[in-house]
Design a protein around this ligand. Structure first.
Ligand code: FCB
Length: 477
């Protein structure tokens, strides 16, 4: 039996108690969701299709052909969901705005009904004393903009900045925390190179162009938001969220070190160097040239991209081991390119088949502090497991509790080592539409019964609530 799943709830509580002392009373605790994964109401109140609505309808792209038409029906159950969030005792709720709800078709004025939904959400959060943390783009590009070229086209960056301005103009006076993009690596690489996320294209050159235009869109939006907030005197904490991991070499060979340099280059430095230092990393640009592709940088772009950030959002799920040779020991692949090969380890895994590597989170956060020096917040961390509902109706998800507790512990260890980590948001508030995995993979600390839309707090949610409460008390004592 998987050693993680065999641990019991008492053990999980024990590690919770252990994690508490490392975190201060003002540490920010949150839960996170994304619009397409929970809202449903896909064709209501003027919302138009996004690339995900389209992608879900392509046979074979999503498990069981599922889609986000209804999802958790959050659009209609929002007040009840906010009560759930408030009862967990979290300070912060990270959610995303649906671009095609706010600006249908990706051009033109704001849709009043779309804005209205988020206004009501902000009202409910305020009543529940929960701080809103808005993500502007969590992957739902209006389909019309994909038809016009999508992220590989430069114009999409300007369209994004325009939409960001509509949203910030509407809510900037009541929302301080703004994240421009969620995981641009996924939008670019999974969406345009691997094809296993929307829009499902398989063109590496297009994906690399998408990287630059996502960063440019971020920068243009960041500039506008900074300028407006300053002019209006609105409080602002501006950031971007990246999916980050660690790259560990399998051996101490030169090839394995090079494989890690390339993996870290494509996954981390390609985004953070331009964002923080205003330059693309030379070695990554050279690696790309070797593959015949280039970033379409125009004059002034890097200055825009490096608009100052207040906080870096870190989504962490796992670290990885890399080898620089093929299984038969060759340092080059069939195309004559250097090998960057992920190596599987004999570690406990989640239902996604992802290795569980909490100490990698400590290493990542400490490394980010050293390399970039920005305050960080873990904007997503969590795990899918095959939950079962017990006879008493409860969900004894000790494996998820253990995963969360070990990662909270890893955050405390990073802080003890000097990393300025200011918050932790569990992914996810509730089970939801897990992209190409459909509803099959459950990441929630709250269970959703998709037949009845009933929500049930899993044991991990109870643990999270207790941990937050204890952390605050411990520091006050
Ligand atoms: C991240 C996404 C989030 C969710 C988790 C499991 O990459 O940002 O929407 O799917 O993975």
């Amino acid at each position: 039996m998987n050693p993680v799943t065999s641990r019991n709830q008492a053990y999980a509580r024990e590690i919770a108690a252990r994690a508490v002392p490392g975190l201060p009373a003002d540490f920010r605790w949150g839960v996170a969701t994304a619009a397409y994964q929970i809202e449903g109401a896909a064709a209501e109140d003027g919302r138009t299709p996004s690339i995900w609505d389209t992608y879900c309808r392509v046979p074979g792209m999503v498990v069981r052909g599922e889609n986000g038409d209804v999802a958790c029906d959050h659009y209609h159950r929002m007040p009840e969901d906010v009560r759930l969030i408030a009862d967990l005792g979290v300070d912060t709720y990270r959610f995303s705005l649906a671009w095609p709800r706010i600006q249908p078709g990706g051009r033109g004025p704001a849709n009043a009904k779309g804005l209205d939904f988020y206004k009501r959400l902000l009202d409910e959060l305020e009543a529940g004393d929960v701080t809103p943390w808005i993500t502007l783009y969590h992957w739902d590009l209006p389909q019309e903009l994909e038809d016009a070229g999508g992220w590989p086209a430069r114009d999409t960056a300007y369209r994004f900045a325009e939409y960001a301005a509509l949203a910030h103009d509407a809510f900037g006076d009541r929302v301080k925390h703004w994240t421009t993009l969620n995981e641009p690596w996924c939008s670019a690489m999974l969406g345009y190179a691997h094809g296993n996320q929307a829009p499902g294209r398989k063109d590496f050159g297009a994906a690399v162009r998408a990287v630059h235009h996502l960063l440019l869109g971020h920068g243009l939006a960041a500039r506008h938001i900074r300028g407006t907030a300053a002019a209006r005197g609105d409080a602002l904490e501006l950031g971007i969220t990246l999916n980050l991991g660690t790259a560990t070499p399998e051996t101490d060979s030169h090839e394995d070190a090079e494989a890690c340099r390339r993996a870290d280059g494509m996954g981390r430095r390609l985004y953070l160097d331009p964002l923080v230092k205003g330059v693309y990393p030379e070695d990554v640009v050279a690696d790309l040239a070797l593959q015949g592709v280039a970033l379409p940088v125009e004059e002034g772009d890097l200055e825009v991209i490096s608009t100052p950030l207040d906080v870096l959002g870190v989504n962490f799920y796992r670290g990885a081991l890399f080898s620089g040779v093929t299984e038969d020991g060759s340092p080059v692949d069939a195309d004559g390119l250097p090998v960057t090969r992920g190596v599987e380890r004999d570690l406990p895994r989640t239902a996604m088949d992802w290795e569980i590597t909490p100490t990698a989170l400590t290493d990542l956060l400490v490394g980010l502090e050293a390399d970039y020096g920005l305050p960080t917040v873990v904007t997503e961390n969590g795990a899918a497991f095959d939950d079962t509902v017990a006879e008493d109706g409860r969900i004894h998800d000790a494996d998820r509790t253990t995963y969360l507790a070990d990662h909270v512990d890893a955050v405390a260890a990073a802080r003890a080592a000097g990393a300025d980590v200011r918050g932790y948001f569990a992914w996810s508030l509730m089970d939801n539409f897990e992209w190409s995995y459909g509803y099959d993979k459950r990441f929630g600390i709250v269970r959703v019964d998709y037949d009845t839309q009933e929500r049930t707090l899993k044991d991990s949610a109870l643990w999270y609530r207790d941990t937050i409460r204890l952390t605050r008390n411990t520091d006050h004592d």
